[in-house]
Write a protein that binds this ligand. Structure first.
Ligand code: NDP
Length: 486
């Protein structure tokens, strides 16, 4: 439980967001688009400053700060400001004309209210923006809690949004206690991105408070290399998948599963590609994270694992690109999320063995299959328990706003990006207009004419056809006679 001061701060932000939300939602979608476009231009206009803050707070290489965080934000605004109105538009409902005459229905999408956005430090710009832009477009307010490790990125973004959107965006600085206070503050939806352990706490509290929680959690993605893969491209792609952002990516490759028939030729290429990244991998963002990765490496060595490249860093050196093989499946590096530039390699006899290895995991975020035979790769990949399947690539789709980012199992069930994300960022409002003048056939008085009509309807549902429709019409006329007292 957060202390009173922290809780009061979270409650005040929630109250401000709630007070501003109604007027924001009352604007037309076009008006919200105009405001968001202006905020997007301000963010991209300040890209140099934002990139500097990102590099200072996370130690990412500048190119990666742009590629992993900033460029995708430009695409986000273009996508949602261009297509959002279509996705938010009403859906015409099909109401059976014969049984329920004179009625028209539609399903509109309403904002849920205030969305609490709790974000981690690994992509401190891209991750919260992927939630906040569609949430705001849909007419919600947001209260945003960035990680204590990257507060300046969070505040800078929130300030740009506030300049154009006002109090409908609130930001809360602080550590995990502030996150917990935000959970207590009574949002209408919590969108949590972070570790599986913290996500479980947030989900439990959300359930107790009756607040839905979208959870985007950790991962331990497999990359499956089939015997007909393009070996050179696959080696370079997997090396990137393991090492980018120093492996601090929920969908980084942490298990490389290689078909035995190609292992001798593929593994030297993979080691070469991993070693080529060595001078580009920054230090892990926190000492705590480094301690977790180093402990996994020590455990792998103790369990008899064979180092293919990298290994235990010397002294204060950063963790370098590292591959272990011949590891028992109960080793920490096999089972637990590493969140560092390290991966396990396992050579498997055939496709079924590759599949078994891929599915021997509690997480289920992404998976990739690398092969020259796309139908074979798809057939195998769809049997892997994951939310996302990439053929001959890995993870880059986080930057594509039209594709949902989604997991299963220990990776959470949340959806970020795409029209599918609007299903939880909004709620359906059913609107039905009735032009019927007569009493409805299912109203009182009950009796044989109602029973006859219902039987005719069921017969029509079962067999269809002209005769059944005519029978229904006859039963309907008899029913109307009863209702009108004639
Ligand atoms: P944490 O779970 O430690 O933190 C995530 C956020 O929750 C931070 O803002 C944190 O604040 C806050 N928080 C901490 N304690 C609580 C609490 N009790 N109640 C509410 N909020 C709290 O994750 P990390 O920051 O270490 O991020 C790394 C994890 O995120 C990895 O497991 C990674 O896989 C996952 N992740 C998942 C993604 C996905 O889309 N599936 C994407 C990116 C990362 P503070 O940092 O200030 O303590």
């Amino acid at each position: 439980m957060a202390d009173d001061g922290v809780q009061a701060t979270a409650d005040t932000a929630m109250a401000r967001a709630r007070a501003a939300q109604e007027a924001w939602a009352a604007r037309s979608v076009a008006s919200r688009v105009r405001k968001l476009k202006a905020a997007g231009e301000a963010i991209l206009g300040g890209a140099e400053t934002l990139a500097e803050i990102l590099v200072e707070e996370t130690g990412k290489p500048l190119g990666e700060a742009y590629a992993g965080d900033i460029v995708g934000v430009g695409d986000l605004f273009t996508y949602w400001c261009g297509h959002g109105a279509t996705h938010l538009g009403p859906r015409k409902a099909r109401i059976p004309a014969l049984d329920m005459p004179g009625k028209k229905g539609r399903v509109e999408r309403e904002p849920v209210g205030v969305v609490a956005v709790i974000s981690p430090w690994n992509y401190p710009v891209a991750l919260p923006m992927r939630v906040m832009v569609p949430a705001l477009l849909a007419g919600n307010a947001v209260v945003f809690k960035p990680s204590e490790i990257t507060p300046r990125c969070g505040v800078w973004l929130a300030e740009r949004l506030q300049e154009h959107l006002g109090e409908v965006v609130q930001v809360l600085e602080g550590d995990g206690a502030m996150g917990a206070a935000l959970v207590e503050a009574g949002a209408d939806l919590i969108h949590f991105t972070g570790s599986t352990a913290t996500g479980a706490k947030v989900a439990a509290r959300g359930a107790a408070l009756g607040i839905p929680v979208e959870m985007e959690l950790g991962g331990k993605d497999p990359a499956i290399v089939l015997d007909d893969a393009m070996l050179d491209r696959t080696a370079r792609g997997i090396a990137w998948g393991v090492v980018h952002n120093a492996g601090q990516d929920c969908a980084s490759i942490e298990r490389v599963l290689v078909h035995a028939d190609v292992a001798d030729r593929f593994l030297p290429l993979l080691v070469e590609a991993m070693n080529a990244t060595a001078d580009q991998v920054p230090e892990l963002v926190t000492a705590r994270q480094k301690a977790i990765v180093v402990a996994q490496i020590e455990d792998a060595i103790a369990q008899g694992g064979r180092v293919l490249c990298g290994g235990l860093p010397e002294g204060d050196a950063p963790v370098g690109p590292t591959l272990f093989t011949d590891l028992p499946r109960d080793a920490a590096m096999w089972r637990e999320e590493s969140f560092g530039p390290v991966a396990v390699v396992e050579v498997c006899a055939d496709d079924e063995a590759l599949l078994e290895a891929a599915n021997d995991c509690t997480y289920g975020l992404g998976a990739s299959v690398w092969s020259g035979d796309v139908p074979r790769a798809c057939a195998l990949g769809k049997r892997v328990r994951s939310g996302m399947l990439w053929i001959n690539n890995h993870a880059f789709t986080g930057a594509v706003p039209d594709l949902p980012w989604v997991g299963r199992g220990g990776s959470g069930h949340g959806i970020t990006s795409s029209p599918e994300a609007l299903l939880h960022l909004t709620r359906p409002r059913v609107v039905v207009l009735d032009k019927a003048k007569a009493p409805e056939p299912w109203w009182y008085p009950y009796g044989p004419s109602l029973e006859g009509l219902m039987r005719a309807v069921v017969t029509r549902q079962r067999s269809g056809g002209l005769m059944a429709t005519l029978s229904t019409l006859r039963a309907l006329m008899a029913r109307n006679k009863t209702l009108s007292g004639r």
